[in-house]
Design a protein around this ligand. Sequence first.
Ligand code: ATP
Ligand code: MG
Ligand code: MG
Length: 377
Amino acid sequence: GSTIGILGGGQLGRMMSLAGTAMGYRFITLDPTPESPCGQVTPQIEAAYSDEDAARKLAAKSDVITYEFENVDAGVAALLERESYVPQGSSLLYTTQHRLREKRAIEAAGVPVAPYREITDLQSLTKAAEELGLPCVLKTATGGYDGKGQAVIRTADELETAYRELATSVRELVLEKYIAFQAEISVIAARSPKGEIKSFPVSENVHVNGILHLSIVPARIEESIQREARKLAEKLAESLGLSGLLAVEMFVTEDGRLYVNEVAPRPHNSGHYTMEACATSQFEQHIRAICNLPLGDTTLLSPVVMVNVLGQHLDEVVKRAGAPDDALNEFGVVPKLHLYGKNESKTGRKMGHINLLCKDVQHALDWVEQTQIWRQG
Ligand code: ATP
Ligand code: MG
Ligand code: MG
């Protein structure tokens, strides 16, 4: 069988390799962390991502190379493309590593983004805030995740503080208009090199402290908006010449308009619900897409709520996982627990997730509320 090399050994790599192993592929990962989540289930080259010798070693052992995060060093990406086969290519990585490049590419595809301005200094920030109107969100152009590297600005006197706070780490910033959304949603689209495209059902996403807390599927928004969201994601996949997966995060305004917030060229936390709730998981679909196999059926088999297990939730979740839970039985909710095997549990760190299969998403949401595990956020 062929060997797939994964740059990055986190939970996304782990779940990719578990899905791909069931399909007969072998895996190897490159990650600096000893016994990374992926390295616990596949061989691992333990080295820095920027280590060119290690990247060469990965290339030599792999027939196909993929990645599980977008901040891959450009030099390493080029090396891997030269010495192995990287169906996803490096150009989409380059685009999605930088919020300005990303927004321009989305606009070029004819897909709406929230109004924004490029910020280079405090003066341009003041001007941009006047043009866009407050509230706004200031974001570093590179390196942000889980809401890190951004600040909401509500009044003009907050501009300077926000600028000083964020401009210390990264010079290039983006100011976005704050979108008063009725919901945040995402769509994961897959495209194979031969041009087949399929998208997964829309997920409604709830964030707490900037970190994804819940994915609710079916999303509680109008059918017509859901169809439009999937169409936009598929249009982006086509326009970007995608091979693999593209996760597209969007805002839905009160009057039903859609704005793309950001995209990620890989499996995404908001697609974990597919593992038990869809005919094909996002991880299997990713392997299918990069290996140029026919894409799998994306039909939703059951309503589902995915809830993230962060460090502060882990002990309680593990304690309860084996025990019959009256609340669950009462609601007819079937919980499927996934843990990532991370060595160190920390507040705010993603340690696992639970897919709550249910007859109605409200039953699962009621259960999440009742257990009190997630009460503190
Ligand atoms: P991720 O972990 O998804 O990569 P990130 O750090 O890249 O997150 P964003 O997705 O840009 O950050 O923003 C995090 C959250 O902050 C969004 O999911 C949304 O809840 C809120 N947010 C970001 N930008 C805006 C905006 N322009 N208007 C309203 N809310 C926003
Ligand atoms: Mg992001
Ligand atoms: Mg996001």
